[in-house]
Design a protein. Structure first.
Length: 305
């Protein structure tokens, strides 16, 4: 349960520089189109999740690596502006900031991303420099399984009272092994589609949950809403928030993850937290970016009720 000062949350993952071009509609191959708008933003799953959690009143800390270049300075400044602290962040000289080139279609609100990264990720030695005292929740992007597993075990050993979550966004060799080390497993549709093809989401979640039967599981499914499962129960469906128009789906999955974590920190049952998270993620799709997201959601009936 969170205090009046919010929970203290640490998230471990990759921070990126997002270069976003808005176009009328996604271009066909070999086409040349004019961008209607362009913006630069700080991206990355874990930092995006923290950006929402900070707005929800939590004390947030990010851990990862930064290139010692203009992009890295931009990311650090953006996190500071949002009140997100840095924990033992390693700045790597001569490296380049990971960059996502995003094409955002105004007609559909969907986004296509071309990502380039040539920056070493946080390793076990780097994470060992992070003090864990006082953290109520530690969230990991599911990336390098061997390194991430050792980081998760360190949290279990040194901060056993903290809850641990892991995101399985994309299929990577051995990534499923991280589930057994988490209290909450957040699964992306891309992971399921790569792993199970056309398997129905409820069946996929029930199958995946056998990997960590004592954990809570949430599977986000975009316009299909989400499914959640607690130990010993069947998956529950949470329908998507009805939208008149999708404006910007970039970061909606990170918003869903943040809202699930927030709901559990507030003492909500997983089903309640997941239903609320689906509403917030849908509401985010009606807005550009996540700035002032929670203030706007609180002013809109039904989103965070």
């Amino acid at each position: 349960m969170i205090s009046e000062f919010g929970a203290r949350v640490l998230a471990v993952g990759v921070a990126t520089l997002d270069l976003i071009n808005e176009v009328a509609a996604y271009p066909s191959e070999d086409a040349e189109v004019r961008a209607l708008a362009q913006r630069q933003a700080r991206g990355g799953n874990a930092p995006n999740t923290l950006a929402v959690l900070a707005q929800l009143g939590h004390r947030c800390v990010w851990c990862g690596t930064l290139a010692d270049d203009a992009g890295g300075r931009f990311i650090a400044a953006d996190l500071a502006r949002r009140g997100i602290a840095l924990a033992a962040v390693e700045r790597i000289t001569g490296a380049a900031t990971p960059t996502s080139y995003v094409t955002l279609s105004r007609v559909s609100g969907s986004r296509t991303i071309v990502h380039h990264r040539d920056l070493p990720e946080l390793n076990v030695a780097g994470f060992a420099r992070v003090g864990l005292d006082g953290f109520d929740w530690v969230h990991f992007e599911g990336r390098n399984p061997a390194e991430t597993a050792e980081m998760m075990r360190r949290v279990r050993r040194l901060r056993p009272q903290a809850r641990v979550s892991v995101e399985l966004e994309k299929a990577r060799p051995g990534i499923e092994s991280l589930a057994a080390l988490a209290d909450l497993v957040l699964v992306g549709r891309d992971y399921v589609c790569a792993d199970g093809g056309d398997e129905p989401p409820a069946r996929a979640l029930a199958r995946l949950a056998t990997l960590a039967p004592r954990a809570c599981w949430v599977l986000g499914w975009g316009e299909g809403g989400a499914w959640s499962q607690v130990p010993g129960a069947a998956p529950r469906h949470h329908p998507a928030w009805p939208l008149a128009r999708v404006v910007d789906s970039l970061g909606a999955g990170d918003c869903l993850n943040a809202a699930v974590i927030d709901g559990l920190l507030r003492g909500h049952a997983l089903a309640e937290a997941s239903a609320r998270a689906v509403r917030l993620a849908g509401f985010k799709c009606t807005r550009v970016g996540v700035d002032d997201l929670i203030e706007a959601a609180c002013a809109t009936a039904g989103v965070l009720d």
